[in-house]
Design a binder for this molecule. Structure first.
Ligand code: ATP
Length: 446
């Protein structure tokens, strides 16, 4: 897992993210909180675009899917029924010499990776974070921060079935925060204790589950590819039987080749009828659908594609990062850093750049900026930048992944046309302002 395969290393990526307003360390002025990150102005746009692209594709784009947004806090009984209170744990080992703690299943050899020291016997460490509701801190007020969004879907199964008149096969999608008290964190936003998930619980007839599992694995990989992740940096990894979660009959991970090696970005599990049955038993309410063929109430099987938003963001950033030799306006060789993000994900869609900061150009450039900013057709932020040379401004936009720049120059004042400059090809085309919105929309939709 040490092979470096991406052109970007983590230090370079982290520093770009901070410099350009994608991600900041949480509570930085207090020295930071370990492995906790805040999304900056561009980061929040990118992250929202990832979630929107996912929702558009998997919810709006299909006729067998609907959405839900359940609360983070749930009745503690949910976590006893689901098995998380007893089984959601990692094997924790401690170095007897330097006292550092590790997840035993992630170690390549049975010795401390820090100092080579001997390790303690593993003990099971429950990953759920707890809190107390109300003014009294006792066992009765103890509750959990959800470690997955899935349970909010399972406990609402009957509500959704009744309200939406659905029968399997159909799925419920949800995007939301989850919390896990990870033993080891790190690799930037790859493993944190607070993160966001995009989950689907897809309910199918028992017996049809294996086919649907395969189908969902394909669907998920296709989504990442369609948004630009390189196929040679994606792979599937079926779980060995001894590493399956307590609820799973089969799980396949989608992995991405990060700078430090392969890492999971999504798991697709066959959860069988484990959760619905468990909740039926513990709550006393039968979670099932009426099968018209067998004339019986049946607990459906569940296929669960479960993706991390932050890991997807990170994979898209790593994949988009490129460095190339370019020639400056003064003919000097220089490095061009470019984020080749898919236009649907790009945090800034278009930048309007007057050729220079000049009072004759400014009113027209501002008018063009207003036109684009207010146009729903652009569907995302449009920046205005007139500081420093035009070459520098192109580089800045390349570095944040803006797919298109619109340059207003002195000819614009006469011919009412502007130049569109493409991030990836650096090609420049002249377009009349009256056709600009349409032209940009067409290019961004590609
Ligand atoms: P890992 O083996 O890396 O700990 P997992 O198998 O426990 O992950 P799942 O329970 O399958 O993860 O969670 C589904 C998805 O949620 C993962 O594929 C990942 O994208 C994301 N995820 C899980 N844990 C974290 C975390 N600590 N930080 C960020 N994302 C996470």
């Amino acid at each position: 897992m040490t092979e470096t395969v991406s052109p970007v290393d983590l230090t370079t990526l982290t520093s770009l993210c901070k410099r350009r307003g994608f991600l900041f360390q949480s509570s930085e002025i207090y020295g930071g909180l370990a492995s906790t990150w805040d999304y900056g102005p561009l980061g929040v746009e990118l992250k929202n675009n990832v979630k929107r692209a996912w929702w558009q594709h998997f919810v709006w784009g299909r006729d067998d899917m609907i959405g839900l947004d359940a609360a983070i806090l749930m009745h503690p009984g949910v976590w006893r029924a689901s098995g998380h209170a007893d089984h959601f744990s990692d094997p924790l080992v401690e170095c007897l010499q330097c006292r550092m703690r590790w997840r035993e299943d992630q170690l390549e050899q049975p010795a401390c990776p820090n100092c080579g020291g001997e390790l303690s016997e593993p003990r099971h460490f429950n990953q759920m974070l707890t809190t107390n509701l109300g003014p009294v801190q006792d066992d009765a007020s103890l509750t959990f921060l959800r470690p997955e969004t899935a349970q909010g879907i399972f406990v609402n199964f009957n509500n959704v079935l009744t309200a939406m008149r659905r029968r399997p096969p159909f799925g419920i999608a949800q995007i939301g925060k989850a919390f896990r008290n990870e033993i080891t964190t790190g690799n930037f936003i790859f493993r944190t204790r607070e993160f966001e998930m995009m989950e689907i619980e897809f309910f199918v007839r028992p017996g049809e589950d294996q086919e649907w599992h395969q189908e969902w694995v394909r669907e998920c990989v296709d989504w990442y590819s369609a948004l630009g992740l390189r196929e040679d940096r994606l792979r599937l990894r079926p779980h060995d039987p001894d590493e399956l979660s307590h609820y799973s009959k089969a799980t396949t991970d989608v992995e991405y080749r990060f700078p430090w090696g392969w890492g999971e970005i999504q798991g697709i599990a066959n959860r069988t009828d484990y959760d619905l049955r468990a909740h039926s038993q513990h709550s006393g309410e039968t979670l099932a659908y009426f099968d018209d063929d067998t004339r019986e109430h049946v607990a459906p099987y569940v296929i669960e594609p479960s993706a991390g938003v932050d890991r997807a963001v990170m994979a898209f950033l790593v994949d988009a990062y490129g460095e190339e030799e370019a020639v400056s306006a003064k003919g000097k060789a220089e490095k061009r850093v470019v984020l080749r993000l898919h236009p649907a994900l790009a945090p800034v869609k278009v930048a309007v750049l007057p050729l220079s900061r000049n009072e004759r150009l400014a009113p027209t450039a501002r008018r063009v900026h207003d036109l684009l900013r207010r146009s729903r057709a652009i569907d995302g932020p449009v920046q205005y930048d007139d500081a420093q040379s035009i070459g520098r401004r192109y580089r800045r936009q390349d570095e944040i992944g803006a797919p298109l720049c619109v340059t207003v120059d002195f000819d614009t004042l006469d011919d009412h046309a502007v130049t569109i400059r493409d991030r990836d090809t650096m090609a420049q085309d002249r377009v009349p302002i009256e056709r600009l919105v349409e032209e940009l929309r067409g290019r961004l939709a590609q």
